[in-house]
Design a protein around this ligand. Sequence first.
Ligand code: HEM
Length: 334
Amino acid sequence: MKGAIMAAAALIPMVALLFSVSSAYPAPSGQLDPHFYDHSCPKAQQIVASIVGKTHYQDPRMAASLLRLHFHDCFVKGCDASILLDSSGSIVSEKRSNPNKDSARGFEVVDEIKSALEAACPGTVSCADILALVARDSVVMTGGPGWIVPLGRRDSRGASVQGSNNDIPAPNNTLPTIITKFKLQGLDIVDLVALLGSHTIGDSRCTSFRQRLYNQTGNGLPDNKLDVSYAAALRPRCPRSGGDQNLFFLDPVTPFKFDNQYYKNLLAYRGLLASDEVLFTDSPATTELVKLYAANQDIFFQHFAQSMVKMGNISPLTGANGEIRKVCRRVNHN
Ligand code: HEM
């Protein structure tokens, strides 16, 4: 009985998902098209949403992990599912890169979605589009905004571990470096501050922020942009050495809810990563946006949805470029 109630409860966000998708934010014109699979695979979006919904019920962190995969895909050679390729032949998997190793997850969920789509409409829906759809569905499942996802991306026939290392910002990058890395992808300061609101869900490992707790600038002192009592609460499970893989909520206040709490944390110097807190401390333009989103969740949601569409538009392969992989982990044979 309890199981049935929980299963029913898990369906509520899924129903919300199906409605929100048709109503929310319009897609900008571009090479991609929200109706791309309307005739070739009319059930594509439903299939994706139902598997994301089922997974969310089994593992509430997975929404965050799936959202991050789309970001780590798009920042490396564009949104082309390069992150999903395993190493083989001449391909060195991006899964081995610094930002992804021991960290990126959700690949089995993508495999399951791809198998279901191949059964329904073989050779039709790209792995890159699956990532764009699961990112949107994951945000909706956790209470965030919906948006219409432009579709028609094709999949790469290669990966770039070097691109993954260089192009994805690191948590100890300075704000100017982070701004530059976003600019290289055609994303501006509004996109940066809005998209980082993704850190309202999900986890970070100790190794990604340890430096802040003990020796931020090489003078043996903790980061002075980190609340003292928050730092003290983090230290026991993130010691000077060891515990690298220990997990911490990026937003400890509402860790599974997609809301604007992330920005409220930044105002209190309780951003977990250095790259989070600098949005509030290091430039007047980003500070203003942090304050705006902390005060107004609706504007955050609106900007976030727009910026996700923009990120999803980074250099897609279309037309005759790339391929529709049969299995997301490997390229098709000729
Ligand atoms: C300056 C840019 C960014 C930096 C430096 C950054 C860095 C990080 C780091 C270090 C982690 C924790 C990884 C670990 O320790 O295992 C993380 C997690 C995460 N990031 Fe970012 N990130 C950035 C932007 C973004 C963007 C644009 C998105 C989405 C659009 C995003 C979504 C996420 C999510 C959802 C998680 C939690 C994943 C999980 O729990 O599996 N991040 N990020």
